[in-house]
Design a protein around this ligand. Structure first.
Ligand SMILES: [Mg+2]
Length: 344
């Protein structure tokens, strides 16, 4: 068997400029990988994050080395072998490795004529709805975005905080969305004591949990918050690869896994199993990414307690097919084969 591979850079425009405590994004660049066996194709996407040391340039720089591994092994079903060898060649650059992991899983499931979740044996009815993220903006704009999200039927909102007016924001969002489940993400913006205080105030507005209140560089701060906070704490920036999970269990309640942090669908699955074994709840998040990668993430939904897979929903337009998410409900049963990324 021989495999052909190619990659290209794509620009993705967001429907609204997206701000978190660290900065604003209006357009994201992803790198799309295609692997073809002559009959079937697999598509994967890399959504590199500068926070974890990757850019589209670094992705494009290492892809030829990584894709040479794929062509050398030649059999897309040898997922364990390919992923092991890729990691031996390029240990960092998880988004670049992940694009290939996703493309191979899509190709293999396409060859088998199965949707990816069925190839894995997962139950498509055991899914949770995705949250829809409200980025930081002036408070009136955040109220408008919340109203729009509610009109579109999203019942779980993730609100970005880490401003001087966090309480005003959450009060406004709660007013606009009285029945929604509301989660909060501070993206490392608070000090430990400030976090405990703010979380107490958030609890009044019926917030479900708080993500990454303090910097990942301060694990003792995370532990301090978790021991005192009124709400469950999710670790995102503190939870990067499988090796982090045992420690995350000591400082948080929820492990927020992202494909672009851990670099592989196989590692993400291992992270969920390991997280559960350590008493953690599981969450899958995303970067600013298209269905070339989000579609694959959706097939992991049966393993989750919380899904934050709105990458494609936040784009002005998504060039790839994917898993339908009407009102945030992840419709795996509607996928005919592969991840759904190549079906439009
Ligand atoms: Mg986060």
């Amino acid at each position: 068997m021989s495999l052909d591979t190619e990659f290209e850079r794509v620009s993705l425009s967001l429907e609204f400029p997206f701000t978190i405590s660290r900065g604003t994004t209006e357009e994201a660049e992803n790198v799309i990988v295609r692997v073809n066996d002559g009959n079937y194709e697999g598509i994967g996407g890399a959504a590199p994050s500068a926070h974890y040391g990757e850019t589209v340039d670094t992705v494009e720089a290492v892809l030829p080395t990584l894709l040479a591994v794929v062509e050398d092994v030649g059999d897309p079903h040898q997922l364990a072998r390919i992923e092991r060898r890729m990691k031996e060649r390029v240990n960092h650059n998880p988004a670049a490795r992940c694009a290939i992991s996703i493309a191979l899983h899509d190709l293999v499931a396409n060859r088998m004529g199965l949707p990816l979740y069925r190839y894995w044996g997962l139950d498509p009815e055991e899914v949770v709805a995705t949250s829809y993220t409200i980025g930081i903006d002036d408070t009136d704009r955040m109220a408008e975005k919340t109203a729009t999200a509610c009109e579109r039927g999203y019942s779980t909102l993730k609100v970005k905080l880490g401003t001087g007016r966090d309480e005003e924001i959450i009060e406004t969002v709660r007013e606009e969305a009285p029945d929604a489940t509301i989660r909060v993400d501070a993206n490392e913006a608070w000090s430990p004591r400030e976090a405990v205080r703010k979380i107490e105030a958030l609890d009044e507005f019926g917030v479900e949990f708080v993500e990454q209140p303090v910097p990942a560089e301060n694990p003792e701060g995370m532990r301090f918050v978790r021991e005192r906070a009124a709400l469950p704490i999710a670790a995102d920036e503190s939870c990067v690869t499988l090796a982090d999970i045992p420690h995350v269990a000591e400082i948080a309640d929820i492990a927020n896994v992202k494909l672009m942090k851990c670099g592989s669908l196989r590692e993400a699955r291992a992270m969920f199993e390991t997280a559960r074994a350590h008493g953690l709840e599981t969450m899958l998040g995303c970067m600013t990414e298209s269905n070339a990668s989000i579609a694959a993430a959706c097939h992991l939904a049966p393993l989750l307690d919380y899904a934050d897979l709105d990458g494609s929903l936040l784009l002005a337009e998504d060039p790839y097919g994917g898993v339908a998410m009407p009102e945030g409900e992840i419709d795996l049963i509607g996928v005919s084969r592969g991840t759904g990324a190549s079906v439009r």
